[in-house]
Write a protein that binds this ligand. Structure first.
Ligand code: CA
Length: 352
């Protein structure tokens, strides 16, 4: 027994000694890493990055060394470039719709609506945006938070600002907003997760939108689009109202074209410029009951057996300002309709 005890004690001591030695070695290593690596890496920062840092220091009073360290840790990510170069929204509508409107998405939307019915109703009263639209939009953006992250935002925005010239100016603006937002929110910008484009939270707000349009709808004094459901709902509704959502007005209406060449009409673009009556004069027929003075635009969707024509109103254009894709805006609308219908059917069954 004694020998065993002694032996055990001896082993523990040896283990401790080895651990202590390893710890000391690690500390020494990390100290030398801390001492040497950041300046060495910072020297490698591209001239544009150093220029950007200087701008942040000069304009927004950021700490230069902290930003040099942050950008030394930023990784260029080719998955980001791949994702932004091949957006799902560029597929034809008949391929895109099933990605957004399916039974699982409808069931999830129904659950989210039921769980948050009061806040959604309040948002409809205060911002004029119906529940179906808010619910469908959050579902399509992130499947209710399930796909809100996946990328380190600093890596996404670094890549798109400095390694992808196509929209570098836009993304440098978002990077600037992201750093300011992180400071305002008390986030460590090196830890924040978001989409490949740097979009944040359940509604996938870009940093500039987060700062301008997100609202504290729960009234707890903080804005949190990752965990505070009321903030998420209120912020989406506020965003759409800011971009011209009009309470009680339609989103789209099916159209029929009585003209040989619709191209000049389609070339007028997605911003509503002519009234329903003026469209009729140009051979674009819409269902009866629409107010003739309502501003509308004309667009097509790719369905299997030819194009489908639609008139789009200001509310469709508000959805486009969230994501400038006809497919996207139409998917939000149609998913909202499906969820709304499913909810109506359940209520009918419940009242039988
Ligand atoms: Ca809040």
């Amino acid at each position: 027994m004694a020998a065993v005890k002694g032996g055990k004690r001896g082993t523990q001591w040896l283990v401790r000694l080895v651990l202590a030695a390893a710890l000391l070695a690690l500390l020494a290593l990390s100290r030398s890493v801390l001492a040497q690596t950041p300046p060495a890496q910072a020297q490698k920062l591209k001239p544009e990055v150093r220029k950007f840092i200087a701008h942040m220091v000069r304009t927004h009073d950021f700490d230069a060394q902290a930003l040099r360290d942050l950008f030394a840790s930023a990784r260029s990510n080719q998955d980001v470039v791949r994702a932004i170069s091949t957006p799902a929204t560029s597929r034809p509508w008949y391929q895109f719709r099933p990605l957004c409107v399916d039974d699982a998405q409808i069931a999830d939307g129904l659950r989210f609506w039921n769980e948050n019915a009061e806040i959604l109703e309040r948002a409809r009263r205060e911002f004029g945006v119906p529940e179906s639209i808010v619910v469908a939009l959050i579902g399509i953006e992130s499947r209710y938070g399930r796909y809100a992250g996946g990328f380190r935002v600093i890596d996404s925005l670094y890549t798109l600002s400095f390694e992808w010239p196509k929209r570098a100016d836009y993304f440098r603006g978002e990077l600037e907003q992201f750093l300011i937002l992180s400071r305002e929110q008390g986030w460590d910008p090196g830890l924040v997760q978001g989409s490949f484009a740097g979009a944040l939270g359940w509604p996938q707000f870009m940093p500039s939108s987060y700062r301008r349009f997100a609202v504290d709808y729960s009234g707890d004094g903080r804005i949190d689009l990752s965990t505070d459901t009321a903030d998420i709902i209120g912020s989406v509704a506020n965003y759409l109202r800011e971009f011209g959502w009009k309470a009680g007005q339609p989103v789209v209406a099916p159209a029929r074209i009585d003209t040989a060449d619709p191209k000049p009409l389609l070339d007028l673009g997605l911003k509503p410029q002519l009234s329903v009556g003026q469209w009729q004069e140009r051979g674009v027929q819409s269902p009866p009951g629409l107010v003739e003075s309502l501003p509308a635009s004309l667009f097509t969707l790719d369905v299997i057996d030819g194009p489908e024509y639609w008139l789009a109103f200001d509310n469709f254009y508000a959805l486009l300002r969230y994501n400038y894709s006809r497919n996207y805006a139409m998917a939000v609308y149609q998913l909202g309709e499906e969820i709304s219908q499913a909810r109506g059917q359940l209520a009918a069954i419940g009242s039988d």
